[in-house]
Design a protein around this ligand. Structure first.
Ligand code: SF4
Ligand code: SF4
Length: 253
């Protein structure tokens, strides 16, 4: 008798369970669909703007980007994903200027951390939300972001040129006057130590040649070279005394 009761009880609970399942199915049947029919809906598909798909250089309407080739993004990238290649271009006044040659980005190793974007001093980078980046070979993930031809360095007008040259000349005159005043003030002071810079060293020659026509820059470079030469000389002077000091210690022991 008990088994018949169990049979009908099981049948009832099974039926209830079936009804519950049908209720869920029925509810989903009338709920609006959220499944995207991709790629059929490519035209209307919405991707949130904040989605990070691929790094890009921002271009304005005239085809200019703001990258100054400083390399900050490259240094801040934790994965070595960015390679900023630079070139030197001639300026109208005979000096040279560093400019962006190729901005290489490897999407395959990017973790989309956005450190490059936030560290850029000129706000030159952004992430696009173009998520369709699938390719068949890894090499195709390496992209050159400055895809438009680089524009030549703009040349100032004759008026601007005259103004810039006058400012430069004034700076040189001021520097000369300051140097002369310093010399006059220190006439009674002990003579400054002789320079340790080896003017015949090709590296020194190259460094000084880069600042031709810019006395301020040359003074800075000379100062740095002087410092390096002094450190080198001090190290060389200290090197032979180290073993002697050790010997003294040994003798005392
Ligand atoms: S993108 Fe920005 S940080 Fe990177 S090299 Fe250009 S200016 Fe410098
Ligand atoms: S998002 Fe991060 S990993 Fe990708 S290039 Fe920028 S710094 Fe490198």
């Amino acid at each position: 008798m008990g088994s018949v009761k169990d049979y009908f009880s099981g049948l009832g609970s099974g039926f209830l369970s079936l009804l519950k399942g049908m209720q869920v199915t029925g509810k989903e049947f009338v709920t609006p669909k959220i499944t995207e029919k991709y790629p059929e809906n490519r035209e209307t598909h919405h991707i949130p703007q904040r989605f990070r798909a691929c790094l890009e250089l921002k271009y304005d309407d005239e085809g200019n980007h703001k990258c100054i080739a400083c390399g900050t993004c490259e240094r801040n990238c934790p994965n070595g994903t960015i390679n900023v290649l630079t070139k030197m271009v001639d300026k109208w006044d005979g000096t040279k200027k560093k400019k962006l040659d190729k901005y290489i980005y490897d999407l395959g190793s990017c973790t989309f951390c956005q450190l490059c974007v936030v560290s850029c001093p000129t706000d030159a980078l952004e992430f696009s939300n173009d998520f369709e980046q699938a390719v068949f070979t890894r090499s195709k993930l390496v992209k050159q972001l400055n895809y438009l031809p680089e524009k030549p360095e703009p040349e100032p007008t004759e008026e601007e040129k005259a103004k810039i040259l006058a400012e430069k000349k004034a700076k040189i005159e001021a520097a000369k006057a300051a140097a002369a005043a310093k010399k006059a003030a220190g006439a009674g002071a002990p003579a400054a130590p002789a320079s340790l810079i080896d003017e015949n060293d090709p590296k020194v020659k190259a460094a000084l040649a880069k600042c031709a026509g810019d006395p301020e820059k040359e003074a800075k470079v000379r100062e740095a070279l002087e410092k390096a030469a002094r450190l080198k000389a001090e190290k060389a002077a200290a090197a032979p005394s180290a073993p002697n000091a050790n010997n003294e210690n040994k003798k005392q022991n």
